[in-house]
Design a protein around this ligand. Structure first.
Ligand code: TXA
Ligand code: MG
Length: 311
């Protein structure tokens, strides 16, 4: 069900849940003022309670209110990337953020989205937690239709059209004065060098376990079994590939876009994974013959997770 901004504000102020567009993917929003609504989000998504949520705000000052100590590089990062697809994990005053949103950690994740609808809403409501608007484990939702598929036609959706980036925010975690990337995302690792003076290490599975609990889980996966192939010419059967390549052995090609435009590929990726399910396709081969740096790295990581067997 499509709703207006005023209705979304009203529902959230009553402790209800609403789907909200962001520039990355759609989110399922609940007000930070309603721990019961936050619990409801975990239930609705089937999300493990040890996987914390991102707090979304409209201004940096709102974040500073929660944070225990502000890292030296915070200003550089916030000026360079906010509003936009960056999430920062910071130590917080735990009395100010409901424990279920933090999964009982002493840190919380923060993001200032740039999507005009999300921003207009946040101005009205104040801080909102917003996990991606999909059933846990499924590909994230980048269009209102995807939300209806997962949560039903009556679910309240603030319609912002298709999400421009199509992949989640990049998450940085401060580990002993060095930022680490704990979730690859819409901002490639190389883009941080200017703001930080160094290339942040990508640390998605350190020896002590992941710094980002979400990395523990199977994610972004369609029902179809995906086979990842680097020998693009030999892809056969149902193929997820590129519009400028010829797949002589393919029975059917789902095109992600041109092989030299990772931003276009990122925008289409989840919609294509969801389309496989709509068409009840049981297996597909994915053309993985693309570079392993920049935004491609995030695309590859999402596909690798999507291809993991269920566990
Ligand atoms: O682009 C995005 O970030 C989207 C849109 C809606 O803003 N949101 C999103 O939320 O992707 P979600 O819940 O699907 O993913 C949040 C990730 C999870 O992997 C979670 O483990 C991690 O953020 N996270 C949250 N709080 C954390 C914390 N305190 N420490 C480490 N990781 C944290
Ligand atoms: Mg998610």
């Amino acid at each position: 069900m499509r709703i207006t901004l005023a209705k979304a504000n009203q529902l959230l102020s009553n402790g209800e849940i609403v789907a909200v567009p962001t520039e990355t993917v759609y989110g399922l929003a609940a007000s930070l003022k309603f721990p019961s609504a936050i619990n409801q989000i975990f239930k609705l998504k089937g999300r493990p309670s040890n996987n914390p949520l991102i707090v979304h705000v409209s201004h940096t000052e709102q974040i500073l209110k929660y944070v225990k100590s502000v890292p030296r590089t915070f200003d550089n990062l916030s000026k360079a990337f906010w509003p936009g697809p960056l999430t920062l994990v910071l130590p917080v005053d735990v009395s100010l953020i409901p424990s279920n949103a933090r999964a009982d950690l002493s840190t919380a994740a923060f993001r200032i989205p740039s999507h005009p609808v999300a921003r207009a809403l946040l101005e009205e409501t104040g801080p909102l937690v917003m996990p991606s608007a999909n059933l846990s484990g499924r590909p994230s939702a980048t269009k209102p239709d995807h939300i209806e598929t997962d949560f039903g036609a009556d679910f309240p959706i603030l319609d912002g059209g298709s999400c421009g980036y199509g992949l989640e925010s990049t998450i940085l975690y401060l580990d002993e004065d060095q930022w680490k990337i704990v979730r690859c995302g819409s901002i490639p690792s190389e883009a941080f060098v200017n703001a930080l003076g160094y290339h942040p290490e990508i640390d998605m599975a350190s020896k002590n376990g992941p710094l980002c609990p979400g990395q523990l889980y199977r994610h972004y996966a369609p029902n179809a079994k995906l086979y990842l192939r680097t020998d693009s010419k030999n892809c056969k059967g149902v193929v997820i590939g590129f519009s400028d390549r010829n797949y002589s052995y393919a029975a059917r090609v789902f095109s992600l876009g041109p092989s030299n435009q990772p931003d276009v590929v990122a925008e289409h990726l989840y919609a294509i994974l969801r389309q496989l399910d709509e068409e009840r396709i049981v297996e597909a081969e994915v053309d993985m013959d693309f570079p392993q740096h920049g935004l491609w790295r995030t695309i590859a990581e999402r596909l690798q997770r999507a291809a993991k067997p269920p566990f």
